[in-house]
Structure formats: C-alpha cells, structure tokens
Design a protein around this ligand. Structure first.
Ligand code: IPE
Ligand code: IPE
Ligand code: MG
Length: 243
C-alpha cells in the first residue's frame, strides 16, 4: 500500500466509533453557488445536492448514527424564483417515490418536519404515506425538513400544547414539536461558509455542537463528514456544569 492510501485510512480511522453522535443535523447549503461557479443554472446544483444527500444518509446509516436531520427547504425559501421552487418540489417528489419503494427493504425510516399545509396535495399525500410507513420500520431515521422554520415549529408546538390544556413544561412542549420523540442533535453541521443557523432547529440546538466548513454541499462527501465528527469528538461538552 502506498503512503497516500495509508494516510487516508489513518484519517478515517480517527473517528471514534464508540463515541459517535446519535443524531447529526445538516444545513444542506451551497447548491446555488456550486452551480454558478460552473456556469450552470442553480437548479443543476440542487440536483447534485439531492444525490449527495443520498450518499451521506447511507454513510450515516452504515456508520451507526441513529438519526440524520437535513434542512431541505425553509419557510423563507418560497421567496425564490418559481422555477427554482418547482425544481426543488419535483426533486422531493422523486425522492419520496423512490423512498416508498425502498425504505422497507433498506430499513430506513423517513420523517418530514415542517408545515405541510403549504405544499401541493400530491406531496402532502406522499409525505403522509412515508411518515405512516416509517411507523412500522425499525432502524436508522432520516428527517427531512421541508417548509420548515424553527420559529414556525415553536409557535405550532405552543399552540398545540395550549389547545390540549397541558401545563407548559419543557417536556410537554417538546412532545408537540415536529421532532417529537427524536433526541436533540449532538452535532449540527453547516457547509458553504455561512456562519448562521437560518431558522434551523432553534429549540433543539440549545446544547448542540456547531460545526461550520467552507465546502459547498454538492462537494460534501464522507471525508467531510468524518472531519466534522472528529472535530465534535474533541469538544468538551459541559452543559453548564463543571468537570
Ligand atoms: C441550499 O442551497 C438549498 C436550499 C436552500 C433549498 P442554496 O440554494 O441556498 O445555495 P446557495 O446558498 O445559494 O449557494
Ligand atoms: C438555509 O439555507 C435553508 C436550507 C439549506 C434549506 P438558505 O440558503 O436559505 O439560508 P440563507 O438565506 O443563506 O440564510
Ligand atoms: Mg443558501
């Protein structure tokens, strides 16, 4: 084996498999800039980005991560040109059709987080179907945030909690979040060089470790994820206490 190969396997070997985060969340950002750099329409970046999601979800599952949550479309992304929004919705539809055929076989649960009332009835029906199928599957869970906003999620949960006449405690409140039943992410990754959360998981991120890198989402690969996990594993998580 050449020196290059040994170096590569050594780097991958640095992920401590006994201390993996149970839940990783990713803001899949940078598709438009990736396309622009190549003289392509922004939609070309979204198509490659969708493939990268498949690759990274498979890698997380194989590593032994239990939950992967990705930000696919925010409550603010409706501001974009209609053609771009339509392409994104078509990609979501294709992905869901594919998932319905394969999720049982591959032991993948799929959940959609967000306000589905604003997406087309066709997509709503597919979301219902994948969410329902997932209830009967055990294994790795991928959560796709679609028409998702952290503020919207918090308001939605507060309204439901109040309407149910429940006492407003953290525990009761969390049961009404889109993410009910899913542990908070230990690690949130934002590629593309932007250092902000853009309305992602505002309740759940309270003690998440944040990792930012310059890679654009279509260039993100297994090694980029390894680097984020390795960095996470060096952090001293204190949760307000002392050690
Ligand atoms: C992320 O990539 C995908 C969505 C927000 C839907 P962008 O489309 O935001 O890409 P940039 O940030 O413009 O490069
Ligand atoms: C966040 O990215 C939303 C998604 C990745 C789906 P944006 O590209 O919409 O965020 P801003 O506009 O840079 O804050
Ligand atoms: Mg962006």
């Amino acid at each position: 084996m050449g020196l290059f190969d040994r170096k590569k396997s050594c780097k991958a070997g640095q992920v401590d498999m006994s201390r993996l985060p149970r839940h990783i969340a990713i803001i899949m950002d940078g598709n438009g800039r990736w396309a622009k750099k190549r003289g392509l329409p922004r939609t070309a970046g979204h198509k490659v980005g969708a493939e990268v999601f498949r690759k990274i979800a498979t890698y997380c599952k194989n590593l032994g991560v239990e939950y992967l949550t990705v930000y696919a479309f925010s409550t603010e992304n409706w501001k974009r040109p209609a053609e771009e929004v339509d392409t994104l919705m078509a990609l979501f539809k294709n992905y869901m059709l594919e998932a319905i055929d394969t999720m049982e076989r591959d032991h993948i649960r799929l959940q959609f987080f967000g306000d589905m009332s604003a997406v087309s009835p066709e997509l709503q029906a597919l979301v219902e179907r994948t969410n329902e199928m997932s209830r009967h599957i055990e294994g790795f869970q991928a959560n796709i945030c679609l028409n998702y906003g952290g503020r919207d999620e918090i308001l939605h949960a507060a309204r439901e909690c109040t309407a149910a006449g429940e006492e407003l405690t953290e525990e009761n409140f969390a049961k009404h979040l889109y993410s009910a039943g899913v542990p908070d992410p230990e690690l949130i990754i934002r590629p593309s060089g932007e250092i902000r959360l853009s309305n992602f998981l505002l309740w759940q991120c309270a003690y998440s470790e944040l990792y930012f890198c310059d890679t654009l989402w279509p260039d993100f690969d297994e090694r980029t994820l390894d680097a984020a996990i390795i960095d996470y594993q060096k952090r001293d998580r204190r949760f307000g206490g002392v050690k």
